[in-house]
Every structure is written in C-alpha cells, then in structure tokens.
Write a protein that binds this ligand. Sequence first.
Ligand code: PEP
Length: 251
Amino acid sequence: MRMKLVAGNWTMHGEIEQNRELLNMIVSGTTGMERATCAVCVPYPYLSQAQSLLKNTHISWGAQNISQHDKGAYTGEVSAIMLNDFCCRYVIVGHSERRTLYSEDSRTVALKFKAALDAGLVPILCVGETLNQREAGFTEQVVGEQLDAVIGLVGVDALASSVLAYEPIWAIGTGKTATPQQAQGVHVFIRNRVASHNVRIAAELRIIYGGSVKASNAAELFAMLDIDGGLIGGASLIADEFISIFLAAQN
Ligand code: PEP
C-alpha cells in the first residue's frame, strides 16, 4: 500500500513573515492527519526557517533544485550535501521550469537525481510533456525518455528511494488540470515502464500528479488508482487550499 504524498512547491514565492504564518497554519491545520505524508519545498533562503518551524512536526521540507556537483567553482549553485545541513528530506529535480527556462536536459536532470540520492535525499523527479507534444501524440515518448535517462544512469533500483511527479507542462500554473483519466493514463504508463525493469519497485513507487491541483479537484485526482498524491504549486501558498488538498489525500 503506497502512502500518498502531498508536496508543496512554493516556486519563487515567500517572505519571512508570510512563511511563518503559512507554515504554522499548515502544521495546525493538518495535525492528526496521519494517513498521508506532507512536505513543502521552499526557496533556499527559507530552508532554515522551514527547519526551525517544522522540526518535530509531521511535515517534511526540502528544496526545488540542486546542482549535479558536490562542490566547487559553480557560482550561485547549491549542492545536495548542503541541503543536509538543513535536514531536508526532499528535493525536486527536473521541474519543467528548470528544463525549459534553464535548459536542463535529461542527462543533467539524471545527474541531479543521482546527486540527491548520494546525499541521502529523496528526489522528486518531474516528468511531463508540452501541449504540442500531447496533441501530436508524443506524451509517452517524451515521458518515457525523461524516465529512461534517469534509469539509464542510476538503475531502476534507485527509484525505490524516490518519488515520480507527472506534471504535464500545459497544466502547470495555467488553471488547466489534466482530467483524472488523462493523468491516470500517464501514471499507468510510467508504472508499466518501471515494471518492465522491476515489478516490485514499480508497485511501490509513488507517482504523484502536479498541474493546477486545487482543493476542488484534488479528491477526484487522488481517487485514481495510480495517483499517489500531488505536487502542488500555486495552491500550496494558500493555507486553507493546501490543507484541504492534504485532507483529500487521507482517503
Ligand atoms: C508546480 O509549480 O509544480 C505546479 C504544479 O504548479 P501549479 O499547481 O500552480 O500548477
């Protein structure tokens, strides 16, 4: 039985005072909800704040990106090892904004995935297609290649310590959500692809959905057999929304 994960991706949002209020509200609003896992992935400058407000709570925290390198002359970069200084559990790798705005190719994403694992973090690997790719019938090819790049570098066993996030690019921040059936279809494709290497790892792998998940659509998405929670962008910045989404993951 896979425990659902609801992870907030704050993207480049936050202010010390607002963060405090948001995190405190999330902690108190989700207390006692123990049938799913909750996490927030915050901008680097707020990791220390997240650590101090969330330690000894049921909520984990993490970052949204890492360097593929451990250390060195890489101005502006942050290594996975550094995240351990803030007791992070998760790190997002391969978010579509990183792939498109910062030209991260699948090989780089795979190296970041490996760096996260090597540091003992749980990578949340994002995969997903553009609207053009979906309309041209290339969803499975695109998602399959993104997944294969990681499996090719680290081997399928490494997926046992990770989370997959299917995030169709056309649904991120657009208000357009994939229908539960559309998302379920791609989640099954991903699980089958992993199963072609290792059936047990595929069965245990958490595959979460991201793309305009809100309180109003979370329950129907999470009701699908292969949707094991959500990666939540905009709605993770609104305490009531995020708490309701997490509540929907309890069933
Ligand atoms: C995201 O930023 O990963 C995301 C899924 O955003 P949103 O929920 O706002 O679509």
